[in-house]
Design a protein around this ligand. Structure first.
Ligand code: PEP
Ligand code: MN
Length: 337
């Protein structure tokens, strides 16, 4: 249940309402927007549902959220959430361009990539140190050494960083090095990982699972938000379908759907979404046009030699072209890069 306070409600009215909810044995969840404050009660409200809430001072209306996800829902938080990470804001007018290799391979590779992507407009550096590989014999990432290289490259070049965390016991370590914790598609329903990243308080980028419905994806986000961490960014990275021309089917309609259902920012990863370098530019433009708040692009100094995901990685010149194209699309829809 959500109590929407009037635009002009006073601090005293807001705290009086919170006290009242506590006296009834429930927990008020106060969220202050730029216009209005809303107070959520996330427990089962059956015993207090019929109380005369709307007659209380400062109350505009009471909403019962019908969706199974509550904190994630736009009914709960009607305005777009803006998520701040260093000097970046996700969900605002400016689109965030994130780029970097699938995996950190060595110091030279990550630093060279960081410089190039920064030069061409990226503001976020990606690079996996713990890699979820289908085959246990494939390169698994450099682990902590990779985290350190990513952090140093980000620091040296002046880019925020994002990297994947694969298990709850890695959260503390990864949080020490990276600005954003990525939960990979294969882990979208690893509920203990969701809770551990939620408890860390770090910004989390939650990828959509390979076969997850949008509702399952939003419920996964709810696990993180319920730990008190509101800094969650969703990432569409394609789903598995019967189509074989692309590695995954990049479901861009999900961006439009999620924008209606949720207040959280949504970014798109067209690299994993297509699996094919020659399709990344077109799908990046489409992603921005449909309303994505950012892009995550795999870039490698020499994609042909990449240890992971070379087929879908752009070289520096291709990334420059992408950045320029996306800038025009963003401008056409009233946004910027
Ligand atoms: C990645 O970002 O390199 C990755 C493994 O992504 P996903 O979880 O979307 O497959
Ligand atoms: Mn990859």
């Amino acid at each position: 249940m959500i109590i929407v306070m009037k635009a002009g409600a006073t601090e005293a009215e807001i705290s009086q309402m919170s006290d009242h909810i506590r006296e009834l044995g429930f927990t008020p969840d106060v969220s202050k927007g730029t216009q209005q404050t809303v107070i959520g009660i996330l427990e089962d409200v059956t015993p207090i549902r019929e109380l005369p809430w709307e007659a209380m001072p400062g109350v505009e209306k009471v909403i019962h959220i019908r969706r199974p996800y509550k904190l994630t829902s736009r009914e709960y938080h009607p305005e777009d959430s803006h998520i701040q990470v260093r000097n970046l804001t996700f969900g605002a007018k400016k689109v965030v361009l994130g780029a970097g290799p699938c995996a950190v391979e060595d110091r030279e590779q990550i630093i060279q990539t960081a410089r190039a992507v920064k030069q061409y407009g990226a503001s976020l550096l990606r690079g996996g140190a713990f890699k979820p590989r289908t085959s246990p014999r494939s390169f698994q990432g450099l682990g902590e050494k990779g985290l350190l290289m990513l952090a140093e490259a980000g620091q040296e070049v002046g880019l925020a960083t994002i990297t994947e965390v694969m298990s709850p016991d890695q959260v503390e370590l990864v949080a020490k090095y990276a600005d954003i914790l990525q939960i990979g598609a294969r882990n979208m329903q690893n509920f203990s990982l969701l809770q551990a990243t939620g408890a860390s308080g770090k910004t989390v980028l939650l990828k959509r699972g390979l076969s997850a419905t949008i509702e399952e994806w939003l419920l996964a986000a709810e696990y993180i938000l319920m730990k008190g961490n509101r800094n969650v960014i969703l990432c569409e990275r394609g789903i598995r379908t019967f189509e074989t021309q692309t590695r995954n089917t990049l479901d861009l309609s999900s961006v439009a759907v999620v924008k209606r259902l949720s207040h959280l920012p949504v970014v798109v990863d067209p690299s994993h979404g297509t699996g094919r370098r020659e399709l990344v530019l077109a799908m990046s433009k489409a992603a921005i046009a449909v309303g994505a708040d950012g892009l995550l692009i795999e870039v490698h100094p020499v994609p042909e030699k990449a240890l992971v995901d070379g087929d879908q990685s752009l070289n520096f010149a291709e990334f420059e072209e992408l950045s320029n194209a996306v800038k025009h699309v963003a401008a056409a829809i009233g946004r910027e890069l």
